[in-house]
Design a protein around this ligand. Structure first.
Ligand code: HEC
Ligand code: HEC
Length: 169
């Protein structure tokens, strides 16, 4: 299975026709390698160029980690991220977290508090806890399996139990 995973990692980003692959980008091995080792290599489209610039300028204090790169690799990855970056306020967050952008809140408004705090999720940034095929570039609705048994689309019932409350945090 291992070679299969590696194969998918290398090819995944070039398969623009893959199911639900709305964030396809040309393969960039440096980015995949350096930005995909601690977490999934987040699609460049999900933050603005300005956000990526600030993020790449502070890799020594990268959330809870030190993700420092040498200047050459840093520049190469920043160029790549900025080239495919998202635009406008909906893809921007002062915290530099994709999970704090208006776009993310809207797409995830149906996810209940219980699901977010499920031990199998731990963090909203842990995209692959639910988007089980995201590593291959598949972010489609069909590729979502939520831990804890909530079904994608279970909107009304969940929101009454406080599913919207996460927006206050
Ligand atoms: C040494 C480990 C490590 C490396 C390498 C790393 N990161 Fe991270 N990154 C983290 C941690 C830890 C978090 C916080 C995750 C959380 O809150 O669950 C994070 C969070 C993020 C977030 C915010 C996610 C969100 O919306 O909450 C972005 C964006 C991000 N990283 C981009 C990058 C990029 C781009 C690179 C490559 C230059 C990179 N990371 C390399 C450890 C790393
Ligand atoms: C707790 C599970 C969970 C986590 C973690 C999660 N998502 Fe989602 N995501 C969902 C659900 C549920 C939807 C809504 C699907 C629908 O429209 O019914 C969704 C929708 C999306 C969509 C739109 C899919 C479509 O075709 O409509 C994208 C893109 C997306 N999420 C990206 C991300 C990213 C990037 C991360 C990590 C930074 C992330 N998600 C973390 C559950 C999750």
């Amino acid at each position: 299975m291992k070679w299969l995973t590696a194969f998918a990692l290398v090819l995944g980003s070039t398969m623009a026709h893959a199911e639900g692959n709305k964030f396809s980008v040309p393969a960039n091995l440096k980015w995949k390698e350096e930005c995909g080792s601690c977490h999934i290599a987040y699609p460049p489209q999900l933050l603005t160029g300005e956000n990526w610039q600030r993020l790449m300028g502070g890799l020594d204090k990268h959330f809870d980690a030190n993700a420092m790169l040498d200047p050459k690799d840093n520049q190469e990855i920043l160029d790549f991220l900025q080239r495919y970056a998202g635009r406008g306020g909906r893809n921007s967050a002062p915290s530099l977290r994709i999970t704090d952008t208006p776009w993310f809140s809207r797409e995830h408004r149906e996810v209940s508090i219980n699901t977010w705090s499920d031990p199998a999720v731990k963090s909203r940034a842990n995209c692959t806890a639910c988007h089980v095929n995201a590593e291959r570039g598949d972010w489609s609705e069909r590729g979502i399996k939520m831990p804890g048994g909530q079904q994608a689309g279970e909107r009304e019932e969940q929101s009454e139990r406080g599913g919207y409350r996460r927006e206050d945090r």
